[in-house]
Design a protein around this ligand. Structure first.
Ligand SMILES: [Zn+2]
Length: 254
């Protein structure tokens, strides 16, 4: 059994073919997926999916690169964390690739999400792009202590710092790319009890589907590659990452 710990199956590229995606998940032994909120509107979409399908869970949050998105207050996030299918806060974090200039709005948004995680006890889903050091600084200064670095694209030093803060590390299709040496090194460094896998579908399809539309079923190919890199069996990686998912997102019921 596998779990896709991060996907966007509500996005238009995928939402039209949902029955097919769920069928493909079954055929690849991908039993659960976590559908990620990136705005107020997409929260309603992912919550709807999670309410409809027993093997889909959802998060609540606003993506750091959604510059013009209407903000959630801490109270609004907390209200939604009480909904029964909401198991995490995010995705949140910092993004210096898509955003520049005065980023005080992005910092404030990140702090709001960290505060909601602390008050609700739900784990954070962290997106970080070209902002590694600042992301760690915010997590540290605001006492974030529970969550995952999603779609890991940093290096061993960053992984070590995130692990020290108590975070899990989730690998996407990037880890299957030939040129992703530092990500592969980090993948070998992460201990068994902190390892997760994800697709980030519809983006970043793993080899052999690189460049095509991604979908939750393909987390299997990423897990297979992770197993090879780490010198472990596929069955072991499947079991480890599934157990880790339900330990971290402990509101999600099997
Ligand atoms: Zn995402």
């Amino acid at each position: 059994m596998l779990v896709d710990s991060h996907c966007h199956i509500n996005f238009p590229e995928l939402s039209d073919r949902l029955p097919q995606l769920l069928d493909d998940m079954r055929h690849h032994d991908v039993s659960y997926a976590l559908a990620i909120s990136v705005s107020r509107e997409t929260f309603d979409e992912v919550e709807n999916l999670a309410n409809t399908y027993p093997n889909i869970f959802c998060s609540v949050g606003i993506h750091p690169a959604e510059k013009d998105a209407a903000e959630f207050t801490v109270a609004e996030l907390l209200e939604r964390t009480s909904h029964k299918r909401v198991v995490a806060i995010g995705e949140t974090g910092l993004d210096y690739h898509w955003c520049e200039g005065d980023l005080s709005w992005q910092y404030q948004r990140f702090i709001t999400h960290i505060e909601a995680s602390r008050q609700s006890g739900l784990p954070l889903i962290i997106h970080t792009r070209k902002a590694g050091l600042d992301t760690l600084k915010f997590l540290r200064e605001h006492n974030a202590n529970c969550g995952v670095i999603h779609c890991f694209s940093e290096d061993v030093a960053f992984a070590r710092a995130a692990l020290d803060l108590g975070f899990y590390i989730s690998f996407s299709g990037i880890v299957t790319f030939k040129n992703a040496k530092s990500v592969q090194e980090a993948c070998c460094y992460v201990p068994n009890d902190r390892l997760l896998v994800e697709t980030d579908a519809p983006y970043l399809a793993p080899v052999p589907f690189r460049g095509q539309l991604n979908q939750p079923a393909y987390v299997k190919y990423t897990a297979q590659h992770v197993a090879t890199l780490r010198g472990q069996s596929f069955e072991e990686i499947a079991q480890i990452t599934t157990n880790n998912f339900f330990r971290l997102f402990n509101k999600a019921q099997r």
